[in-house]
Design a protein around this ligand. Sequence first.
Ligand code: GLN
Length: 456
Amino acid sequence: ESYLSRLSLTEPHLHSFLHISDTLLRDAQLIDRKIETGEDVGPLAGVFVGVKDNICTDDMPSTGGSRILENYKAPYDATAVRRVKEKHGILIGKTNLDEFGMGSTTEASSFQVTANPWDLSRVPGGSSGGSAAAVSARQCMVSLGSDTGGSVRQPASFCGVVGLKPTYGRVSRFGLMAYASSLDVIGCFGTSVADTGILLHAISGHDRFDATSSNREVPDFTSQFSSINLMESKPLKGLKVGLIRETLEDGVDNGVKSAISGAASHLEELGCTVTEVSLPSFSLGLPAYYILASSESSSNLSRYDGVRYGNQIFAESLNSLHGDSRSKGFGPEVQMRILMGTYALSAGYYDAYYKRAQQVRTLVRKSFKEALDDNDILISPVAPSAAYKIGEKKNDPLAMYAGDIMTVNVNLAGVPALVLPCGFVEGGPAGLPVGLQMIGAAFDEVKLLKIGHIFE
Ligand code: GLN
C-alpha cells in the first residue's frame, strides 16, 4: 500500500512507468501469507521490482516503448522475469524507455518522456530511464534494465543510483526484445551495491532458451559482504586500479572530472594504487558501436512486419501493409537506425563499414583484455556531463550519440561494469549526481561488487 501511495504521489511528475501492475496488492499479500505461515521464500520475497518494458512479462503489456507494439502482451515471461518471480520478487510495473532501447534520454519513447527525480526539467538518461528514475525516486526497490551501449549505466549515473551491466552471457536474453543481439544484456538497478548484487544473483545463470547464455557457475555475488571489515583502514590494499586516460580528455565537464578524481583519491585512501592507463582504440569504439548496433537492429527489427506482432495498418497490398505498419509504428529514431544499418550492410558498403567496425571491435576487446590483465579494475566517468535538460539534445542525434563514448566500449568488449554515485555537480534544485564507472574482467562481477560495496 505504501508503494501504491508513493506511486500516486510521484508518477504524475516523473512518468517512469508505462504500466503499473493491477495485481500488485494481491501479489504482495500472497508473499506476505507465505512468510506468515512459515513457508520457504526466496531471496526477493517482499522486494518490489520494476521491469523495463522491452523485457517480456506474461501478465502485463510489453511495448518496448514502441507504437508498433502498443497493447502487445507477450505469451511468456523473459527468463530474468521468471527468475525474479520464482524468488518471490513482486513486479510493480513496466518502465519507460527509448523505443526498443535506442536512445540516451527516454525522449525517444513513443508514449511519454520520463523526468529526472533530481530535477524534473532534466532527462533521467536512457534508454532505461524509467527503471533508473523509479529506483531513484523510491517507486520500487530495484529494477531491471537493458544495456546495449550504456543504457543501464548512463541513467544510473544521471539519477544517482547503482547500475550494473553484467558480462555478456551472464544473464539470459530470452524474452528481451532484441536490439543488437551481440551487445544486449539485461542489467540491474538498486540504491546500494548489495541490493544490485542480490538482484543480479537472482537472474543470472545458464538458460537453454538463449544459446549465448554462459554455462559458468554463478557465484553468490554478495555472500562475502558480511565478512568485509569496513572499519579496517585499507580494506582494498594491493588492488590495482587503472584510470582510463581517454575518458578525461576535452569535452568532459570540469565538475565530472573533479568528481572522478575525488573518487580516485578515495580508492587510494582505501588502499588501491591508481594509475592512468591508455586504451588507444577507445575513440574508435563509438563509430564502430553505432555501425554494429544499427546493422544488427535493422535485421532484428524486421520481425515487426505488421503481421507477426503488434499493430497492423490495413492496406490494399501486402507490400503496403508491411510498409505502412512500419512507417506508422516506428518512431523517427528507430527508422533512422534501420536506414543506417541497412545502408551499412548493403552490398558495396559492407566492407567499408560493417567489416571495419568488426575489426575495431577486435581491437577494443584486445585493449581491454590487456588493460585488465595489468589492473584489477578500470575506472572512468560514465558520461561527459551530468543530466541535461529535456529537449536539449533531442534534435541533434550526433551530440546525443557522442555522449555514449564512455560506455559503448564496454559492450564491444563484453565485460561487466558497475556504476555508483561518486559526487555531485552544480545544477537543479539540489545539485546533480555523477556516477563512477568501474569496469572488470569478464565474469568477475564478484570483484566489482566487492570494491563497489567498500567504496560506497
Ligand atoms: N544510447 C545508446 C544507443 O542509443 C545505447 C542504448 C542502449 O544501451 N540500449 O544505442
